[in-house]
Structure formats: structure tokens, C-alpha cells
Ligand binder design. Structure first.
Ligand SMILES: [Zn+2]
Length: 82
């Protein structure tokens, strides 16, 4: 089957969020930082369906969130243990 959608990562280093777009698009506007992503210049994951693409985006962004846990989050957790 032909890939209809691409999952792409924002090329803005301070953003780096994942989003998806149709495979026929040339560029994609990042929904988080509004940077225009040139689809020919970034790594992309080809998927067949809209729902598959959305699922991957959710998964990847969740992982990013876990990796980029802000420093205060840990401190807060520590304070809550009594
Ligand atoms: Zn972005």
C-alpha cells in the first residue's frame, strides 16, 4: 500500500515535536511553534492512514514529554513524600 501520510519531527531544536501531514504536501507548519518544516529535508515516517499517523504522533510526543521532564517536577515529587 502507498503511504498517504508522513509523521515528521519539527526541525526547530527547541521544539522538536512530532506532527503529521499528508504525503503530497511539500511543507508542513509545526502546530506547536509554527515553524515551516520542509518535508524533503527532514526524516519522516511513512504511514498509510490518518489514525495510524495520529497514534504515532501521540506516542512520540508522550515520550518526548517524559524525556524532557522539567527540573521542578522532580523536586515537587520529592516534597510530596512525607
Ligand atoms: Zn515546532
Amino acid at each position: 500500500m502507498k503511504a498517504e501520510y508522513y509523521v515528521v519531527r519539527c526541525s526547530n531544536l527547541s521544539c522538536g515535536k512530532f506532527s503529521y501531514c499528508k504525503a503530497i504536501q511539500k511543507t508542513k507548519m509545526c502546530p506547536y511553534c509554527e515553524r515551516r518544516i520542509n518535508l524533503s529535508k527532514v526524516e519522516k515516517i511513512a504511514v498509510e492512514t490518518n489514525s495510524q499517523a495520529r497514534k504515532l504522533v501521540q506516542e512520540f510526543n508522550k515520550k518526548l514529554g517524559e524525556l524532557r521532564e522539567p527540573s521542578w517536577y522532580k523536586e515537587n515529587k520529592g516534597k510530596q513524600t512525607q
